[in-house]
Write a protein that binds this ligand. Structure first.
Ligand SMILES: [Zn+2]
Length: 559
């Protein structure tokens, strides 16, 4: 009898041990300062990951017991960990297509620094090859506070065609660029544009225009090859990982066709996607918007995809007629209503680009009309931008259950806005804390990369200190969120818009293991240094997609 009991006990013990082994964590992070944004334990020392998810958070002594022989143990040595950042409005798919073949000026502080990047690209370029800076910079970031001249550009790249875009308002080309695009007179410039001339009537090298002009010009540039775009996609997402980003919501954009999505899909199929991408469908043919949505979504239902790549409805350009139109006609509003109505009945999410608070009543009227017939709150619709939103319009959004996608446009545009609108409007732009107090759903982001840098820490710093790239203080103190509130916008806040706030955005048991170990402590570093924070180790679903410095040995890309 005793022998049987002993044998049974041995069996039970063996099972316990094997169960324990099966329960070992894949990775544990110990001895850190982990900002979980979770209700129960906002700050913990340690965390364990298994099968891509967080299985426990707590004290180092507790989490250590979850480590077995095959567990990867990462000593945080006191470093700060945050939930992976999510940009809720970034034109990431387009940025990625060109990343391997473009030059960017993000982070340059003077014209010579910017020109040095052109010169470096010129030295790598073949004769006749285009050098392209597709936006993402502003004159305010340069100490000279002005645009570069064609002479400066020519000195850096005398022979190559060069294209430098400034927002959607102007582009500078070298003479080789003008020649390659066959632009000799105003008639050769795309719609609404003209060749800029100095006081003596001589061309300056700049082409002035607006959205259609600049998109038209860009469309004339040669596209990268499929392979270059696949490579660019991998490189760009790794660059985002370097900055602690683990997710983006992509609202389509100009110069994107169905074909433009193929490199992204290839990277996803190859299991090489290192940022979670949720995307929406931008209006295609003018006047045929609804027909196009109806056709495409027959094969692309709302929510189609997986945790790494997923379809999330329509926008940010829902209908061309009301896009950037502050005075829409009744017919244009009727068309928007029909599209919204169709989307609501199809249980589809909508994200709507809208800039000006002054004209937002047109949009809100249509939203309220649809909502009176079909409740839209469960569908998590959003309005993007509207930096000067009034409390009244934010309240109307709140009543509809429509969220606000807020970006740091004022980081580049604060000085220009101040000139046009004055300090009274500026100090409330954007009204971040008003929205928070109203209980509105708010997502953080950048709108990168043509109109803004994609760096999330620059955006977080701007949220917290209200200062432009040029150092001008723009927002009232009452509109400055705390660091934790800002971080919440960039994580849980952004995750809400894609129905992901129960899966990611905070570091809690059962959530996806998306996180970043930071170079500096986001919570205590001087405010002016937040923008310079980077990630030392970024994890997406438990996979270490980026690692540097003391963690370089964990980098999956390590040669
Ligand atoms: Zn937009």
């Amino acid at each position: 009898m005793k022998a049987v009991v002993t044998a049974l006990l041995a069996l039970v013990a063996a099972q316990v041990v094997s169960t324990v082994h099966a329960q070992d964590a894949d990775i544990v992070l110990l001895n850190g300062k982990i900002v979980t944004l979770g209700g129960a334990a906002p700050l913990v020392e340690a965390l364990a990951v298994r099968d891509g998810k967080i299985i426990a958070v707590g004290r180092t002594s507790e989490i250590r017991t979850l480590a077995g022989g095959n567990t990867r143990v990462i000593d945080l040595a006191g470093r700060t960990v945050i939930p992976g950042l999510i940009d809720s409005h970034m034109h990431a798919i387009r940025a990625a297509l060109f990343y391997a073949t473009e030059v960017n000026w993000i982070g340059t502080a003077s014209i010579p620094e910017a020109m040095a990047r052109i010169k470096a690209a010129q030295q790598r370029a073949k004769p006749g090859q285009w050098i392209v800076v597709a936006g993402g910079w502003t004159t305010e970031q340069f100490k000279e506070k002005r645009r570069p001249t064609q002479a400066e550009l020519l000195a850096a790249a005398p022979d190559n065609p060069v294209y430098v875009q400034l927002f959607y308002s102007a582009a500078l080309l070298t003479p080789a660029g003008f020649k390659a695009l066959a632009i000799a007179a105003d008639a050769d410039v795309p719609p609404n544009g003209r060749i800029e001339r100095d006081a003596n009537g001589n061309p300056t090298g700049w082409i002035a225009g607006d959205n259609p002009t600049i998109s038209g010009l860009f469309d004339k540039l040669p596209l990268p090859t499929f392979e270059q775009s696949v490579e660019g996609t991998k490189q760009f997402f790794r660059e985002l990982n370097r900055l602690g980003l683990t997710g983006v919501s992509d609202p389509g954009g100009f110069n994107l066709t169905a074909e433009s999505y193929q490199p992204l899909f290839k990277v996803w199929q190859d299991q090489a996607l290192t940022v979670r991408v949720v995307y929406s469908l931008f209006a295609q043919r003018r006047g045929k918007e609804l027909e196009d949505y109806q056709a495409v979504t027959q094969m692309l239902p709302m929510g189609f995809g997986n945790d790494l790549l997923r379809f999330n409805g329509i926008g940010e350009n829902v209908a061309w007629g009301i896009y950037n139109n502050d005075n829409p006609t009744e017919a244009q509003k009727e068309q928007l209503y029909r599209i919204y109505k169709w989307a609501a009945l199809r249980r589809m999410t909508v994200t709507q680009h809208w800039n000006s608070n002054r004209s937002a009543h047109h949009l809100l009227d249509v939203l309220e009309r649809v909502n009176a017939e079909t409740l839209i709150a469960p569908l998590r619709w959003s309005i993007a931008h509207m930096n000067d939103a009034s409390p009244e319009n934010l309240r109307r959004m709140k009543a509809l259950g429509v969220g606000w996608l807020m970006q740091n446009a004022m980081y580049f545009n604060g000085e220009a806005f101040l000139k046009v609108r004055g300090s009274e409007a500026m100090r409330l732009t954007p009204p971040i804390m008003t929205a928070l107090k109203l209980g509105l759903s708010v997502g953080g982001g950048t709108d990168a990369h043509r109109v803004m840098s994609y760096n999330p820490f620059v955006s977080l710093q701007w949220m917290v200190d209200g200062k432009t790239v040029g150092g001008t203080l723009t927002r009232d103190e009452e509109q400055l969120p705390s660091r934790e509130e800002a971080l919440r916008f960039y994580t849980l806040g952004s995750a809400w818009f894609t129905f992901d706030d129960d899966k990611r955005g905070s570091l809690e048991r059962g959530k996806l293991a998306d996180l970043a170990v930071l170079t500096k402590d986001y919570l205590t570093v001087p405010t002016g240094e937040i923008g310079a924070i980077e990630s030392l180790l970024t994890m997406v679903g438990g996979r270490i997609v980026y690692a540097a410095g003391p963690y370089a040995q964990f980098d999956e890309k390590r040669p």
